[in-house]
Design a protein around this ligand. Structure first.
Ligand SMILES: Nc1ncnc2c1ncn2[C@@H]1O[C@H](COP(=O)(O)OP(=O)(O)OP(=O)(O)O)[C@@H](O)[C@H]1O
Ligand SMILES: [Mg+2]
Length: 325
């Protein structure tokens, strides 16, 4: 193992997750590879249906039939997650790896007070008394900037505003001091100011606690100020990856360039992605070759083949026969 590999907290290699559907095999995630070091923030960006959530769920071991991991590996701190027994996965989930979903109400029971949720979550993973657990809950509430934490802990989920509920979800994810948090569009439904505040808090939390973060979003502008590196997904594949600065300053894939140029202003966060002209792909029975070719201004006969990975620089790779340089 090289020194570089040892630093990786997460190593995803050739991960493919398919769904058997009546119309055929849907390749939701197709040969995806990336690394994440300790304390690093990775932005996973792409339009709706590109496979971002399925990538996150595959790593978390939350793919149910008709979905299945067709191939590949995901190692967390050297442990293989794919095929790990359910019991071991449960121990890792919520404890060393936490996930924040888009709609936090989904994971909160409306008839239980927030403190009940949090105390239960703590006592499920380690032996501790209620007093100790409440103390921890207050601590994480404070960490995510919820005012009057002792009082707010006694509230029910519906008593929190959208932004506050997201803070609660982030606070819950911090209960066990996870090493990795996977956040699936947790701020998309919030207004821009609240979103900015939460992004600021999460960046600070990651930095202060050396927590690695995968931030899933369709909004490349959100990630610009947050992520150290980016993976751009299209039709189940990572078409470009690199440090955020390199990818944003010099996008090499025509799709990434389209994403960036479709933004009204790079500094305007929270705006939905504009459509890139051309036909979208059907994720079932994808024709061979580059999936973006139908919409790509640079496509030619070579794009009928599968584009391999081209190295733009040490920290910047693209899958394209006509990379922009
Ligand atoms: N349970 C499922 N059964 C069948 N197909 C699925 C299932 N879950 C996801 N898919 C398909 O897998 C593909 C990738 O979906 P995924 O949810 O990962 O997209 P996404 O990038 O997260 O999109 P969004 O931005 O809309 O959340 C889509 O074509 C989707 O329809
Ligand atoms: Mg999604």
């Amino acid at each position: 193992m090289t020194g570089n590999t040892m630093e990786n907290l997460l190593e995803v290699r050739n991960l493919s997750t398919f769904f058997d559907t009546r119309k055929g095999v849907l390749k939701a995630v197709n040969d995806v590879s990336f690394d994440l070091k300790k304390g690093e923030i990775l932005g996973l960006v792409g339009e709706s249906g590109s496979g971002k959530s399925v990538t996150a769920l595959s790593i978390m071991g939350l793919i149910d039939p008709p979905g299945y991991i067709a191939e590949g590996s995901a190692k967390f701190a050297g442990c293989e997650l794919i095929g790990m027994p359910e019991e071991e996965k449960r121990l890792l989930r919520g404890k060393r790896i936490a996930m924040i979903f888009q709609d936090p109400m989904m994971s909160l029971n409306p008839v239980l007070r927030i403190d009940t949720h949090m105390v239960e979550s703590i006592t499920a993973h380690r032996k501790t008394d209620r007093k100790e657990a409440v103390k921890k809950a207050v601590e994480v509430f404070r960490k995510v900037g919820i005012p009057s934490p002792e009082k707010r802990l006694k509230d029910y989920p519906h008593q929190f505003s959208g932004g506050m509920r997201q803070r609660v979800a982030i606070a819950i994810s911090l209960l066990h001091n996870p090493e990795l948090i996977i956040a699936d569009e947790p701020t998309t439904a919030l207004d821009v100011t609240i979103q900015e505040q939460i992004l600021y808090e999460i960046e600070r939390l990651s930095r202060e606690n050396n927590v690695s973060l995968i931030w899933v979003t369709h909004d490349i502008a959100v990630i610009a100020g947050l992520a150290h590196k980016l993976c751009v997904m299209y039709a189940g594949k990572i078409v470009e990856r690199g440090t955020t600065d390199e990818v944003l300053d010099n996008p090499a894939h025509p799709y990434t360039k389209g994403l960036i140029h479709s933004l009204p202003e790079m500094n305007t966060r929270g705006k939905p992605l504009q459509q890139i002209p051309g036909m979208s792909y059907s994720p079932i029975d994808l024709p061979p070759g580059c999936a973006f070719k139908e919409r790509c201004p640079l496509a030619d006969i070579s794009c009928e083949q599968n584009p391999g990975v081209t190295k733009i620089s040490e920290n910047h790779h693209v899958c394209c026969f006509h990379p922009l340089m």
